[in-house]
Design a protein around this ligand. Structure first.
Ligand code: HEC
Length: 275
């Protein structure tokens, strides 16, 4: 048999094995089921090489002046902590539920600033790490990297003070509404949000003032609502996205889930808040 022929047969067997593996669902798709060591290593190596190749030519600017670090801190607090946490912050549903897990940047920092810049700008496919370059210019991304280099040295108090002294969520356009009252830097920007802080942002409207879900606010509050969204006992409000199956309205007063939401929005008696 010629070499080409046996090569082709081998390739055929390989393709059949991969095809069979896919057909029979060999790779578990659930985020609660870790990959086997071999598959994990394969994916990790492919990702690391792919990032390294792309980050290779990035020229790292001078990082670390106070203004940069402050700006990075304000944006980090607003955009990244639900997944990556911050000094003194307890685990969240996202930090625990995502697979691959978001790295603990509070401890690891960013040893390779070019790599961190590339990842923040472009995100990582199918991992939960978004591409922030769509709304943030390079300058602000570098500010974030400058802050990330400092973060492992910060105590919770120093971190809070830094965020409070920053301009909050501010990167020259494209910001969405901050939605985490736990961060002092956000005070006054998202006031009246009904989440009363706490790292694990469980979403339970029971007893909250009327509010409305018809504009995307942040990662933890987008429509459609998460499965554990529980309206029991909440005041009338509207949802303009299809409610998920697990949505539990038991005991809620009549309210309306049709899309689009009717403009009627009842703020009567609500504490001052900001749409
Ligand atoms: C929705 C969750 C989520 C948010 C929000 C998020 N990340 Fe990530 N991030 C991840 C995940 C998951 C990974 C790991 C991806 C992987 O290992 O393939 C990651 C990886 C990273 C890495 C490590 C890259 C490396 O070297 O391997 C950095 C740095 C990072 N994120 C920075 C940020 C910054 C800065 C923000 C805010 C602007 C942010 N992330 C917001 C989920 C998130």
């Amino acid at each position: 048999m010629s070499l080409i022929k046996s090569g082709l047969i081998l390739v055929g067997f390989g393709a059949a094995a991969v095809g069979g593996g896919i057909y029979f669902g060999a790779i578990h798709p659930g985020a609660d089921e870790p990959h086997s060591a071999v598959v994990f290593k394969l994916i990790e190596t492919a990702r690391d090489r792919a990032i390294a190749v792309r980050a290779h030519d990035i020229v790292v600017p001078t990082l670390g002046d106070d203004a940069q670090v402050r700006s990075g801190a304000g944006n980090y607090a607003a955009m990244c902590t639900t997944c990556h946490l911050a000094p003194g912050m307890a685990a969240t549903e996202l930090s625990q539920g995502l697979y691959p897990a978001p790295p603990a940047l509070t401890e690891l920092g960013v040893p390779d600033p070019a790599r961190a810049f590339w990842v923040i700008k472009h995100g990582i496919k199918a991992s939960g790490m978004p591409s922030w370059g769509k709304s943030m210019s390079d300058e602000y991304i570098w500010n974030m990297v400058a802050f990330l280099q400092k973060m492992p040295e910060l105590s919770p108090e120093q971190y809070q003070a830094l965020v409070a002294s920053s301009g909050g969520h501010d990167h020259g356009g494209g910001e969405s509404m901050p939605h985490d009252d736990a961060m002092p830097g956000m005070a006054g920007m998202g006031s009246g949000d009904h989440h009363d802080g706490g790292a694990a942002m469980d979403h339970d409207d029971a007893g909250t003032a009327p509010h409305d879900h018809d504009r995307p606010m942040s990662a933890d509050h987008d429509t459609p609502m998460s499965a554990d969204h529980d309206d029991a006992g909440s005041a009338p409000h509207t949802h303009d996205a299809p409610a998920p199956a697990a949505h539990d309205d038991a005991g809620a007063p009549p309210h309306d889930h049709d899309a689009p939401a009717p403009p009627a929005h009842d703020d009567a008696g609500a504490p001052a808040h900001d749409h």
